[in-house]
Write a protein that binds this ligand. Structure first.
Ligand code: NDP
Ligand code: 8X3
Length: 249
């Protein structure tokens, strides 16, 4: 039985992904900062598979390393790593952006992804096997007005995916990124700091992707035969043609 570790599994894409992998006979390690949500999901998924929870902030270098090192032997061999934890904080022009928001996005979306990867990759290298999926974004392929720092972090995820692919190629480790367009999750609520009306407006008049849609795509990528590595995949709602071109009813 293979083991998958999913960061950001308390909500949205990560939670949906944990459900898909549990259904498909993976042992799942679910990570996040909200303990109650981890416990609830653990309870739900335990009916299907073995579940382990890790409560830590990905942007805390020490805590990330300690969390992965604390895995019991039954969960210590991570076959699939899904670096999903991340968010946008704010949507402001560069001249008025909040430096705390910038720190949060860079620390979580970029450094957090690196800290978790740093703790997991050496085991994959030793075993000469593994699969890493980084969740990027259409914002990692394009830049939109006021998206400045969030887009920069997702461009970094795109570059890091390519770098990991090159560095880990000699060890037979698969690396790829899934870059979603608009997905209706808690993403916009976080971006707009709890302003749910503003968040709902982002998805008004279009059929956005659901977290389940993206989770299915992630599972498709991971479940290909060994010789196939989907290294770069953009998934958009049909109503979306680019980061900024969206057909609304
Ligand atoms: P959600 O807000 O629903 O989920 C974000 C998840 O990330 C939560 O589980 C949260 O858990 C976790 N997280 C955030 N900060 C930290 C942290 N410091 N340490 C640990 N975990 C953290 O958003 P989505 O599901 O939409 O986002 C998932 C990924 O998908 C992100 O990387 C996002 O950038 C990307 N994405 C989203 C798109 C969208 O339109 N929704 C489109 C393209 C990409 P907790 O708070 O419990 O720590
Ligand atoms: C999330 C999607 O369009 O807000 O990455 O950048 S978008």
């Amino acid at each position: 039985m293979k083991t998958v570790l999913i960061t950001g599994a308390t909500s949205g894409i990560g939670k949906a992904t944990a459900r898909v992998f549990a259904r498909n006979n993976f042992k799942v390690i679910i990570c996040g900062r909200r303990e109650d949500r981890l416990a609830e999901l653990r309870e739900e998924l335990s009916a299907q598979t073995e579940v382990h929870t890790l409560l830590f902030d990905v942007s805390d270098k020490k805590k990330a390393a300690e969390a992965i090192a604390s895995l019991p032997v039954d969960f210590a061999t991570i076959d699939v790593l899904i670096n999903n934890a991340g968010n946008a904080h704010g949507l402001d022009p560069i001249q008025t952006g909040d430096t705390d928001d910038w720190d949060a996005m860079i620390d979580i979306n970029v450094k957090g992804l690196l800290y978790v990867s740093k703790a997991v990759i050496p085991g994959m290298v030793d075993r000469r096997s593994g699969h890493i999926i980084n969740i990027g974004s259409i914002a990692g392929k394009e830049v939109y007005t006021n998206g400045n720092v969030y887009c920069a972090t997702k461009h970094a995820v795109d570059a890091l995916t390519k770098g990991m692919l090159l560095d880990l190629n000699p060890y037979g480790i698969k690396v790829g990124a899934v870059h979603p367009g608009m997905v209706e999750t808690e993403f916009s609520e976080v971006r707009f700091k709890g302003d749910s009306e503003r968040a709902a407006n982002v998805y008004k008049g279009l059929h956005a992707l659901s977290a389940d849609d993206v989770a299915d795509v992630i599972y498709f990528v991971v479940s290909r035969p060994y010789h196939i590595n989907i290294s770069d995949l953009v998934v958009l709602p049909t109503a979306q043609a680019s980061a900024t071109v969206v057909k609304r009813n």
